[in-house]
Ligand binder design. Sequence first.
Ligand code: C2E
Ligand code: MG
Length: 820
Amino acid sequence: MNMTTHTDDLTSAYLQGLSLLYVEEEEEMRILLGDFLQRRVGTLLTASNGREGLELFREYRPDMVITDILMQDVDGLSMVEAIRQTDPHIPIIIITSAFNETDYLLKAIELGIDKYLMKPIHTASLDKALLEIARSLQAVTELQISQLVFDTAPIGILVADSQMSVVAVNPAFCCITGFDRSEILGRPTKQLEFETLNDPGGVSLWDILRQRQTWSGHGKCKRRTGDEFFSSIIAMAIRKRQQAGVRELYVGIVSDISDCLRAEEALHLAAKVFETSAEAIVITNGDSRILTVNRAFSEITGYQPAEVAWASPSLLRSGRHDRAFYVALWERLLSTGHWQGEIWNRRKNGEVFPGWLTISRVLDGSGRAVAFIGMLSDITEQKLANERIQHLVNHDSLTKLPNRDLMLDRIDQALVSARRDKTLVAVLLVDLDHFKYVNDSLGHMVGDRLLLEVAGRLQTCVPLADTISRPGGDEFVIVLTEFATASAVGLIAAAVLQALGEPFLIEGLPLKLGASIGISIYPEDGPDTDTLLRNAEAARCFAKESGRNTVHFFAEDMNRKMQEAVVLSQELRQALERGEFALHYQPQIDCETGRLTGVEALMRWAHPVRGLISPAHFIGFAEQTGLIDPIGEWVLREACRQLREWQLTVGLAVPVAVNLSVRQFNNKRLTAMVGEILLESGLEARHLELEITERAIMHDAEAVSATLRQLKDMGVRVAIDNFGAGYSSLNYLKRFAVDRLKIDQSFVRDICESPQDKAICGAIVGIAKNLQLSTVAEGVETQQQLEALRALECRIIQGYLYSPPLPPGEFLQYRRTLIS
Ligand code: C2E
Ligand code: MG
């Protein structure tokens, strides 16, 4: 009941949208009924005869017509006939009192009149007639709309009958599946593969439909080509009542959602990537306002999405980059659409961190920037690792000071600034005196500790900004940049000397070093790093030669001296061949008896131009160049020959002492050579004494011990020269087979004035006695020194007091004075 009312309501609403032509000759009737109709329809056109009615019809084309039949000027049926010619389907209601006239009636039937109403008119029956007409018009319209929808909808529609044969498909269905209408119509639906995705295993849509009547969901379908596509499907059964009974129709509505699904999947994936990315991702709009950030962003920066929404990414700025940096960034981003690089940002907690940032611009179709996507990774760890590696590569592992490479780099940099600012750069080469000796004798542990201490002391002498480096070994380089004059550099160098001159206490052992410093200054001493270093090195050599523990500025004449050194080495090479070397002999006297107990052979170089040159001037040099080996061999051979000659000619019965340099002593061939020479000269081994310094035996204990043992076995005597001047260790005296200690001149010189030196001399004599070694005092010039030594029970004396070293002839004369 309600349903009916509802449908009628819908129909009368529909009626309200229609137009109606009402033709009535009787005026009273026309007004009366016209009033009623006016309320029921949308537009009412009234006419008083057929002619007028026809004119209105032609002009306005109303949706329906109500007309009287009998009229003066063109009757109703003639008008209807004319109207029907224009519009054969327009609904027409005839109002008449003349149905007894059969002719009219027949004609009306022929014209297909929809309704007849008899006068007098009951509004209820008129209303009913109107509604009926409206309903049929409505049905027609709906059908037309349905057809339109069916034909033009972008979704595929398939209709099957109860036998599941296809009875209709729309163009969209054909388009989606790729079938032609003619290929499907009348065919069983089974030919179309539609499987539901909702049901596990995929059930045919058509089977489901039969069981459930309606179904909706997603399905996997096949096109004509065999390609699969995904679709969203609505399927239902429609029961249609017909004369023959109830007909069942199945309707399937199918849309291809493959693209949608793909897009959705891609979107899903993108969202996942966005959320799980280890890189912080920021997406801003075209005005650089943050739209969204991912989880990594929050983890890295400490900001939650809500805190940064609509903010500018500049809230991360660290303050470490200047304006120019950001200007350049934006210029590049706007011109190329892309920027990437290292950037310092600030976390919410204020911490500044390094990041690698990539920004890309997103344009819309018109080329306007609609978004910027920033991807930022925190490279703190990487940077730290890099820095650690860089540090390892560039620094000395012991002192942590810059190594050679970094030092060169620093000097280069300093020179770049100095050239630009017209300032000075000083390169100080600090070379530790005696370090090698300490390292060799006390071990690398002590050496390392000492180097660390040295590095520490250097740092206290040098302004913070300047660089101290350790290019290697016992060498340090200081690069000074902030000074005005060379004397300022001199003051710093003096402070360094002072600092390194103080004794070091390593493992309770007081060690005294000292340093030689060579200085070169840019621009005066060289235009580039290489030259400056070379010249500083020359200055350092000069410092070392001129007595250690000194500072030398590079000067042009140093170059000359280096040049001279080259000449000297050439001359030294030739001196042997030219027979320019000679040996002088200094007697060793027992002061108690006044007898000759021994003789030391000391080399002299009779330089053709410079005259007699002291070995002090060339022995070190010969050592460095390796010339000491042939020269030393000559000395040994000559000393042995001379002594044997003297034995044979004048009956000299004392041993000869020959000096050996460190290098000679460490030569593996030493004992073999000594043996050969002894054999050759016919001198007994016990008449040869080899003088070696403490340095020579502080080297490789095993090798030294073996060499000394071999010499001893041969019968050769060994004396320690300059005893007490170096780092003496009593241990080696006990371990090694030596025969004699020669007290260094430096203790003898001040023995009368310095109680300390006197005590040292006494101690040496004591030690020697204890170990059953003999002692010789060197450099004894005065009677007082002799008395002091005698009091200490040191009997054997060598020195000017008795005689300086003498050429062979003079030595024999001197010897005669002793005998007589
Ligand atoms: P040394 O072995 O300590 O030799 C003693 C040095 O003291 C000699 O200097 C000698 O002339 C000097 N002298 C001797 N008595 C006195 C004195 O009363 N007062 C002073 N002030 N000096 C005195 P020289 O001959 O100039 O030799 C210097 C150094 O050269 C030697 O020191 C030695 O280490 C080295 N040397 C000399 N000849 C040779 C050699 O054939 N081979 C090697 N390897 N070194 C040598
Ligand atoms: Mg000597």
